[in-house]
Design a protein around this ligand. Structure first.
Ligand code: 6PG
Length: 467
């Protein structure tokens, strides 16, 4: 028999994506050296679908319809290059190879060029939505060769999440663009998760227990904050621990892990440069979370301030709601501003209206707020920052007073809320017509003769200061 699509690597994501394809009528074949994984693939297939698992890469390639379409879902880095090397002698001109993992976009750019010389189309593709998303409808962020995209488009559209019947997949730009967009998606993911955790700390400050926290997040998820991350947060507070009688969240260590994509976003933002301080803060907070022993020590040295807190609980909940909403708006704004800038600098031709369309469903950062963003970018696709959109400006204005109150209260009470503080700091700088950086320019010229520009004349100037 001849198969429509092949998958290399049958871990959780590879297996579930392949089964999703089979559920949509494609005949699929998966390769993994580990026979328990090929077995797991076949036994999880929906009856009546065509799914085969093999332990030889060459066997899989031979059984694919030409031009071959195959995807790899293996750990980022060397494993991807290893798979490419073992594939090259087996493939023919015109075949399409997709890397669906979280590869760094610079690796993808390199691989696209390498395989193009051999006549093979290589596409970097971000996939978001975790295990369940992969099986039932992920958000898919492909980039690379447009002609290659057209070859796999029907399959990607079939398996992707849908919002109002619109598939959450689109061609997102040249070469490494798909992985670039996925990287920034993850930066925003880090940012929103950090802000939610701060909201959690601030709500606990008012004495809310897990049941009440569940209710608050559940209610929030029914309003403007409707999103996957708020939804799962509500669930988390109810989860009981198997070992103790406690709620699971209370017995989980506060050291947060990370696989690196958030860090990449910050690193690349610095390179461009573009300012994404809330995402940077989120990365930093995960790093600080690992300093457990030092924090225990420091907690003994520095007492938490005893601040008066006399806001009634309902008002406080509403204020935190608005601060979180504000922070979420800013998180997307920073990520999207980064994509805008990167698209130009790195010539990736990333279409922002399509990016927000794809993010509306299936992915970790899906939310109703993205509907507003989609409208904004449809009207002006080249907007450098979503904060310049009128409708977004209205949302910001409505949340601003409460955000300032929450930031002030957090500062006075000594509650670490660096994400929300950073969001407000960024916003206040962004809306400042004349920043105090004229002084920085003067200092640079004073000690280093770095020159400065004047407000009333063109050209560069230097002064011999202090004389
Ligand atoms: C997704 C996620 C996913 C990512 C994890 C882990 O969109 O489905 O972004 O791709 O790998 O969230 O990220 P960290 O381990 O870095 O937190």
């Amino acid at each position: 028999s001849v198969f429509d699509f092949g998958m290399i690597g049958l871990g959780v994501m590879g297996r579930n994506l392949l089964l999703n394809m089979a559920d949509h009528g494609f005949s699929v074949i998966g390769f993994d050296k580990d026979s328990t994984k090929t077995g797991a693939l076949e036994s999880a297939a929906t009856p009546g679908t065509t799914v085969k698992g093999v332990a030889e890469l060459a066997t899989m390639v031979q059984l694919l319809q030409s031009p071959r379409k195959l995807m790899m879902l293996v750990p980022a880095g060397q494993p991807v290059d290893d798979v490419i090397e073992s594939l090259i002698p087996l493939l023919e001109k015109g075949d399409v190879v997709i890397d669906g993992g979280n590869s760094h976009y610079t690796d993808t750019v390199r691989r696209v060029k390498y395989l193009r010389e051999k006549g093979i189309h290589f596409m970097g593709m971000g996939v978001s939505g975790g295990e369940k998303g992969a099986r039932t409808g992920p958000s898919i962020m492909p980039g690379g060769d447009k002609a290659a995209y057209e070859k796999v488009r029907p399959m990607l559209e079939a398996i992707s999440a849908k919002v109002n019947n619109t598939p959450c997949v689109a061609y997102l730009g040249t070469e490494g663009a798909g992985h670039y967009v996925k990287m920034v998606h993850n930066g925003i993911e880090y940012s929103i998760m950090q802000l939610i955790s701060e909201a959690y700390a601030l709500l606990q400050h008012a004495g809310l227990d897990n049941d009440r926290l569940h209710q608050v997040f559940k209610t929030w998820n029914e309003g403007a904050l409707q999103s996957f991350l708020v939804e799962i947060t509500a669930d988390i507070f109810l989860q009981k621990d198997d070992k103790t009688s406690a709620r699971l969240v209370d017995v989980i260590s506060d050291k947060a892990g990370s696989k690196g994509t958030g860090k990449w976003t910050s690193q690349d933002a610095m390179e461009l440069p573009v300012a994404i301080p809330v995402i940077d803060t989120a990365v930093a907070m995960r790093t600080i979370s690992a300093y457990k022993e030092e924090r225990v020590e420091a907690a003994k040295i520095y007492n938490k301030p005893v601040a008066s807190f006399n806001t009634d609980t309902e008002t406080w909940i509403k204020q935190i709601h608005d601060a979180l909403y504000f922070g979420v708006i800013i998180s997307y704004a920073q990520g999207l501003a980064m994509l805008h800038q990167a698209s130009k600098e790195l010539k990736m031709e990333i279409p922002l209206p399509e990016v927000v369309k794809v993010w509306r469903g299936g992915c970790i950062i899906r939310s109703t707020l993205l509907e507003v963003y989609m409208k904004a970018y449809s009207a002006s696709p080249d907007l450098p920052n979503i904060l310049l959109n009128k409708e977004v400006a209205n949302l910001i204005e409505n949340a601003l007073t409460n955000t300032r109150t929450v930031v002030a209260q957090a500062a006075q009470s000594g509650i670490a809320a660096a994400g929300i503080m950073s969001a407000l700091g960024y916003f206040d700088a962004y809306r400042t017509e004349r920043m105090p950086t004229n002084l920085v320019q003067a200092q640079r010229d004073y000690f280093g003769a770095h020159t400065y520009q004047r407000t009333d004349a063109t050209g560069s100037f230097h002064t011999v200061w202090g004389e």
